[in-house]
Design a binder for this molecule. Structure first.
Ligand code: B12
Ligand code: SF4
Length: 478
């Protein structure tokens, strides 16, 4: 690991060079969270004397002007763009093209989960100069410090007419990283903040790709407390812990909880969680006593055997024990199931929906049904290849995303959408639910009750709306 996180003395040498980091648009109706990956990178750059600006295009209305003004006035040598699979690719592409048009000298660097999987495809794009593969903190710092590219691990780049792939980089010691640069984003614009106690994941579910941050490892309780305190200072009292292995190290979490008590923090938190850890009753009680209010559990299917097919290993008995523990401790559980993966039968989907109903009846917990998407580098997709970025951008959302799926994509999405609207949406927007949301919720409830997935007009409308905003964005950026 490069020892470059706290080198204030190097500031004068770098003469406060400007660096721009951009989070492209998602287009979908997510509850957008602060661009944490970029904030980690920004913190490292700032500690090394760089002037960093982060533009989150999801919250900045006139972001095109802000980006082009920045390029014209501040002339950054490097612009870093964070990209996930899906429509965000289109936004990243348009923004990159706009930057190159404004100043062709700017080096455009793509990083994040998507370029990490598809670096060979991404580097072929004329507007991308460098792709950072994997964790970005050390690699991007070396780039902006103008270290000889030949010697920078973890990149693929263009050298005149050649494409050069360097050796991969060793993983970062996450306990040495400075906390994310909260001061560089408008935290008030976000509805929730999230943190990662861990990077990577110790599990290997066959439908999931989580390798952009390397193998599994966790933060110390003190490190977690440092980040949580910073979020609280930014006005949040509710924090979301992301990643299913967040609660896996009982000892670390216990110490973290004792720090919450010691510091007298009135904090509530939600977390992703794995049944493997929550089946322990005492542990769940302790978590509840220290502010855990909601858990998201990836249940995926209705039986131990079906789960095993997806390389997710826990039994229904363990699941029921977990749900009982949560209910008794006053923690609300949201269960997540997956439908439409290769070889899943129509009958399996119906059984999942029945299982979700059963859990609602017995425990009062709701389920989300997510549609399988063929992402690169998962065991199920077997290095599924696509010809260009557009295919990766659109297929998860619109066409042929699911090879050999037992049902039509619109039907699957209608199931997913209805389960979502049936409860979560209303819950989140309780105070602000518009008439339209109430109407959609009404339809969703009926669809779920009668298992009526025909004529999914909502899905067509949703897609038209999303495609419409992609189209408008294209016009604005051309
Ligand atoms: C929070 C989150 C979201 C939030 C985004 C939060 C935000 N910033 O607004 C929301 C809810 C919007 C979201 C949406 C989606 N997400 Co998401 N999300 C996550 C999650 C849980 C955490 C991301 C994170 O902060 N990670 C921690 C940071 C430190 O890691 P990182 O993001 O990989 O960043 C590091 C490196 O990648 C790199 N890096 C990242 N950006 C950049 C930029 C530069 C310039 C450089 C140099 C380096 C670099 O450096 C970072 C620090 O080391 C991850 C799972 C996970 N645990 O990582 C999934 C994950 C990233 N999401 C994923 C997916 C699939 C989606 C969706 C497509 C889901 C969907 N609709 O089906 C959408 C995207 C829609 C779109 N593209 O339009 C996948 C990505 C797969 C892929 N290969 O692209 C992941 C890995 C989950 C999974 N296992 O499937 N997501
Ligand atoms: S689905 Fe969850 S538990 Fe499974 S590998 Fe992905 S992040 Fe880990």
């Amino acid at each position: 690991m490069a020892n470059c996180y706290k080198s204030k003395e190097k500031i004068s040498l770098t003469m406060k060079k400007n660096v721009l980091l951009i989070q492209p648009k998602f287009f979908e109706n997510f509850h957008i969270k602060p661009p944490i990956p970029l904030m980690y990178i920004a913190a490292v750059l700032e500690n090394n004397g760089f002037n960093v600006t982060i533009i989150d295009t999801n919250i900045e209305k006139d972001y095109i002007k802000k980006i082009t003004d920045y390029i014209k006035n501040k002339k950054p040598e490097y612009v870093g763009i964070s990209v996930m699979i899906g429509l965000q690719i289109i936004s990243a592409k348009l923004i990159s093209q706009k930057i190159k048009k404004t100043n062709p000298q700017t080096n455009i660097v793509w990083g994040g989960p998507f370029p990490t999987c598809e670096y060979e495809l991404v580097i072929k794009e004329p507007y991308v100069d460098i792709v950072v593969i994997g964790e970005g903190e050390d690699t991007f710092l070396e780039l902006v410090k103008n270290k000889d590219k030949n010697l920078i691990k973890g990149i693929i780049y263009k050298n005149k007419n050649k494409i050069v792939l360097n050796t991969s980089r060793e993983i970062i010691d996450i306990n040495q990283l400075p906390p994310p640069a909260f001061h560089l984003v408008k935290m008030k614009k976000y509805q929730a903040a999230y943190v990662h106690m861990t990077r990577g994941c110790p599990f290997k579910c066959s439908f999931c790709h989580i390798s952009s941050t390397g193998p599994f490892r966790g933060k110390t309780p003190e490190k977690m407390m440092e980040e949580v305190s910073l979020i609280i200072r930014n006005g949040f009292t509710k924090i979301d812990f992301r990643g299913e292995a967040q609660l896996c190290n009982k000892q670390i979490i216990e110490t973290f909880c004792s720090l919450i008590r010691k510091n007298n923090l009135s904090l509530t938190w939600t977390s992703w969680a794995h049944v493997k850890y929550l089946k322990n009753k005492e542990y769940v009680r302790m978590l509840a006593a220290n502010g855990l209010r909601q858990v998201l559990i990836g249940v995926e299917s209705y039986s131990t055997e079906k789960r095993r097919e997806l390389k997710k290993y826990f039994s229904n008995e363990e699941l029921f024990q977990t749900l009982k523990n949560c209910k008794e401790a006053g923690i609300y559980a949201i269960l997540i199931f997956i439908i439409g993966y290769p070889k899943q039968r129509k009958d399996d989907i119906n059984k999942i929906l029945d299982f979700a109903d059963l859990i609602e009846k017995q425990y009062g917990f709701q389920s989300l049904i997510s549609v399988y998407k063929n992402y690169p580098l998962t065991k199920l997709s077997k290095r599924h290849r696509k010809k260009n970025l557009e295919e990766w951008a659109y297929t998860p959302f619109f066409i042929k995303s699911i090879n050999r799926a037992p049902k039509n994509i619109n039907t699957l999405e209608c199931i997913s959408h209805s389960f979502h609207y049936k409860q979560i949406y209303e819950e989140i927007n309780k105070s602000r639910a518009s008439l339209m949301i109430k109407f959609l919720r009404f339809i969703a409830t009926k669809r779920c009750k009668y298992r009526m997935w025909k004529f999914p007009v909502e899905i067509y409308l949703k897609k038209i709306k999303i495609l419409g905003s992609v189209f408008i964005e294209k016009i604005k950026l051309i």
